[in-house]
Design a protein around this ligand. Structure first.
Ligand SMILES: *Cc1c(COP(=O)(O)O)cnc(C)c1O
Length: 485
């Protein structure tokens, strides 16, 4: 047989080359972490710039790792926004850490597909164990069972699907949704967009999602919730589920979980708690008071991939009634029937996806490498740095806080005494955000609070130190002064 002319099979990567390149890669990764603070935090490329630098056609021939890496440095790196920079203060973090990266190398190498116990007993049982560990670290209710999902969005979708099935006696799964319209979901107007998305995917329809008003601190107004539920009952609609949040995405407000939980109990509603970011803080005994209402929750999600030093993706989802979850998702085609079914966890029945990555490995590495007290120390340090920034802003004449600092997010704006017009203040702060981000020396984002353009600075990066926060604050202050000069 003759091979087509251009193919050079000898050039394809073999095990010796793999070994050598893997060593080089380890050094490249360590160099990256060592110098992460020297890159422009927010990528400075223009839309289309990376796309235009990439060839239109895929290569027919094998290319050397050296040449791929050269293009990685030249084309890809400039288009990277450095989430692992200690001066990344934007959104919420998507933290990684050294042990997490090491575990991810193994995860890629073993490339497990842990859909059922038999396809990876270790992936299944390690997941079971680390989820039990998380319950202890965070003081979560003993009777809960956990499973790792890819994202909080997928976890919340699982919650809304299970709530739907429980409310319809497992009927929608079998017969579809049409006769069951009018099932109502409640959340606050500050709730994350993933709840609305889940109501669409799960077939409730987004018009059946009631966004309950919030109080001035951004937390759900419980009186408004009760009224919404009783109005719906009077109208013949069927309340199904309330979603409460610990640490809203805009300003990290906390909904009154205990009060919501009691309302859910009274009306027999599913109670889902979204603590995607804030949940990590519950590892600190001094923050546990926030968890008081969790005893009422049917399901709970928080993201180790945000603030717990475990690289994306890793979302911890806990449920009170694991049978309800499994009954919602369970499928059993002939090719997945195994002798061990019933004795072991087959996580394919615990969420949307069939195939599953071995995500527990990085969580295991992170928890063991930091140790629980090491994790706590880091989170405590972030909270302290946020308090420092809060006090600094409180004592600066030209800046003001715009939301309570409940975790490590500080919401503020520049407000020079001479400017009173809200429109003008919004413009100035928008300009300020753009100017500081353009320097590449930090990255912050914004939200709106009561119509005010609000700067958000989240101090939660794995390797952030006091001097990074001070440098960021100094740059923000100086840029603001230049703007009004
Ligand atoms: C970030 C966030 C989410 C979404 O998390 P994903 O894992 O990206 O789906 C959901 N809820 C809250 C409160 C968040 O902050």
């Amino acid at each position: 047989m003759r091979l087509p002319r251009n193919i050079n099979l000898q050039a394809m990567m073999n095990i010796e080359e793999f070994r050598a390149e893997a060593h080089r890669m380890a050094d490249r990764i360590a160099d990256y972490y060592e110098s992460a603070s020297t890159y422009p935090v927010k990528s400075q490329v223009k839309p289309g710039e990376i796309l235009d630098a990439l060839p239109l056609q895929p290569p027919a021939d094998s290319e050397s790792t050296g040449s791929i890496m050269a293009d990685f440095e030249r084309i890809i790196m400039p288009g990277i926004t450095h989430w692992q920079s200690p001066s990344f203060f934007a959104y919420f973090p998507a933290n990684s850490s050294y042990p997490s990266v090491l575990a991810e190398m193994l995860t890629a190498a073993l490339a497990q597909q842990g859909m059922i116990w038999e396809t990876s007993p270790a992936a299944t049982e390690l997941e079971e164990r680390v989820m039990e560990w998380l319950k202890q670290i965070f003081g979560l209710p003993e009777e809960w069972t956990g499973v790792i999902q890819d994202t909080a969005s997928a976890s919340t979708l699982a919650a809304l699907l299970t709530a739907r099935e429980r409310a319809t006696d497992w009927n929608v799964n079998d017969n579809g949704f049409a006769p069951e319209a009018g099932l109502r979901i409640y959340c606050s107007s500050e709730t994350h967009s993933s709840i609305e998305k889940a109501t669409k995917i799960a077939g409730y329809g987004k018009n059946n999602l009631i966004k309950v008003a919030v109080k001035s601190d951004g937390s759900m107004d419980i009186v408004a919730l009760e009224k919404a539920i009783s109005d719906d009952l009077k109208a013949g609609l069927k309340p199904v589920c309330v979603v409460g949040t610990l640490g809203t995405t805009g300003t990290t407000a906390n909904d009154p979980l205990e009060a919501i939980g009691k309302i859910c109990q009274k009306h027999k509603l599913w109670f889902h708690v979204d603590a995607a970011y804030g949940g990590t803080a519950l590892m600190l005994p001094e923050m546990r008071h926030l968890a008081a209402g969790l005893k009422f929750a049917d399901s709970y999600v928080f993201n180790p991939h945000k603030w717990m030093f475990t690289n994306f993706d890793c979302s911890a989802y806990f449920v009170r009634d694991q049978e309800a979850l499994i009954r919602t998702f369970s499928i059993l085609p002939e090719y997945l029937k195994t002798a061990t079914r019933g004795q072991v966890k087959d996580y394919r029945d615990w969420g949307v996806a069939l195939g599953r990555r071995f995500r527990a490995l990085k969580l295991w590495f992170v928890i063991r490498s930091f140790g629980v007290e090491g994790l706590r120390e880091k989170v405590r340090k972030h909270l302290e740095l946020a308090r420092w920034l809060k006090h600094t802003i409180e004592s600066s004449e030209d800046f003001e806080l715009l939301a309570p600092v409940n975790y490590s997010l500080v919401c503020f704006r520049y407000h020079p005494e001479a400017v009173a017009d809200e429109e003008k203040l919004n413009q100035i702060n928008q300009q300020l955000l753009q100017k500081v981000n353009e320097t590449g020396r930090l990255y912050i984002t914004h939200t709106k609070t009561a119509g005010k353009y609000t700067l958000r600075m989240v101090i939660a990066q794995t390797y952030v130190e006091r001097h990074h926060v001070e440098a960021a604050w100094s740059l923000i202050r100086k840029t603001a002064e230049q703007l009004s000069a």
